[in-house]
Design a protein around this ligand. Sequence first.
Ligand code: HAS
Ligand code: CU
Length: 555
Amino acid sequence: MTTTPATPPPAGIAGISAVHRLTSAYLIVALLALLGANVPGLLQALDHAGLDLYPAAQPVLRSYYQGLTVHGVLNVLVWTTFFICGFLTFVTVYALRTPLASLRLAWATFWLMVVGLVLAAWPILTNEASVLFTFYPPLKAHPAFYLGLTLVVVGTWFVTANLALTYRRWRRSHPTERTPIAAFGSLVTFAMWTLASVGVAVEMLALLIPWSLGLVAEIDPLLARTLFWLTGHPIVYFWLLPAYVSWYAMVPRLAGGQLFSAPMARAAFILFLLLSTPLGLHHQFTDPGIWEQWKLLHAFLTFVVFFPSLLTFFNVVASLESGARARGGTGWVAWTRRLPWGDPALTAQVLAMILFAFGGIGGLVNASYNVNLIVHNTAWIVGHFHLTVGTAVTLSFMGITYWLVPLLSGRQLFSRRLALAQAWTWFVGMAVFSETLHRLGLLGMPRRTAMSLAPYVLPEWRGPLLLVGIGGVVLFVSGVLYFLNLGLTLVASRQPAAVEVPLAEYGDAEDHSPAFLDRFRPWLVAAVALVLVAYGPTLIHLLGTLSPVVGRRVW
Ligand code: HAS
Ligand code: CU
């Protein structure tokens, strides 16, 4: 097997230190969000274990629901989005070895997103927007909440534009080359997201903002929810695909191997571009007023979007195996012992993958129209998304920071041991926490409920609820270890870092992907067409059956 040449040193990329600064800025906001989300997360887990600590958290957090909103918004909207904008910009520039198209636009985008974040954070912190991260009407938040989140979304569109222009510049000077996988995956992620985010943008601009400003008195909850989930489902792949970029383009290198198949990686990304969006109705199987045929179509499409993750499963494990075998691993399973388990950047990501396999299987249960009726709105769903966004994504991003923060700061990671302990405690804590929540869901426990105050807790929930509390405490400790290590890296690490971007080689001298797997436009056109087919009739139907209601503040 021959290989592509090793990654050349970064010195040749014009303006690379400015990109480092930009990525650092995004990373700081992302990490502050993750840090801020950790405390309400602990309070929620303890609430499930029967300890209501919210009276002690006054006046910062006035209720379980305000805490849950802070936790959800900071984790799934801020930590993810800011990390992704910084990381994928960094990756694209490195993979293409081409300067970012416009640094000025990039900084303007960053500040626009920060302004949006501050606007949205202020009503959340003053308890004027305790509407959870799904902000379903008729729950009505302060207008600044909706305006702020809209600015963040618009910011991501500018990131797309900047990356697309960078790619165009690269393509002009490399007309026949295949786009490197890392850049290809990053560009697909932003293309997919930009198409997908139109739903929530319309919801904000046409429904929520005018209504929260008092320009219109009423809102149609079903139409708003449908537009929300048009974006709300694919957003999960907006979070996941950057982890996949790392699993495909960097993890093989960290494992000492190569990417097993570049064409298969490309095929997976293209399938996500096509299929991420037209299936959001699987979040609305129980919503009345939407035709069953369309729900069924979305259920089928959900089974299809499972497929690129199976491709990823195969490709990523084969790549890990190539690394382990190169290090002397043998046997069917025993090779796994030869992975470099002492490297926290790799270990965190492999542990994230293992839990993701279970989260993915749970996703199939959710997607099954009839079985969904059993798990919908129960603790099962909370278990599902802590394995996916809470582990596949978050633990992978943490693993990435174990090489990225030293690279950006120029200081070696303070402690690899602490980082390994962090990754393993996250894995164990999350396994206990999520498995128990799945079980509680099957026992009928509702999600989004302050269990310590609920008068209907069944005796068979009590034991598992305690385990949720224990899992949550382990996760909190893992979070503390993480921030301690990063903090000490910045203030106490004296060793200069000798880190390079671990871009993996492919298992072939050249990338033999067929040309149609390295195109954007035709797949994007097909993706738009699929969304129109999957959503057009339902949206037209909903516009004809509006039953608007006034807003409510129930907290
Ligand atoms: Fe989901 C609800 C279906 C994936 C996140 N999902 C949610 C919610 C969130 C979420 C946040 O169909 C709740 C939203 C709310 O608040 O109401 N989900 C799926 C399906 C998949 C899926 C079919 N979800 C994700 C991902 C998420 C995410 C990814 C975040 C990042 N989900 C649903 C449905 C609902 C839902 C319904 C609505 C439920 C309801 O009733 O409300 C699939 O895409 C999953 C595919 C994944 C796999 C796993 C592949 C494994 C890999 C790793 C392999 C490597 C290993 C390492 C094992 C097929 C790639 C080996 C180790 C060695 C050492 C060698
Ligand atoms: Cu979904």
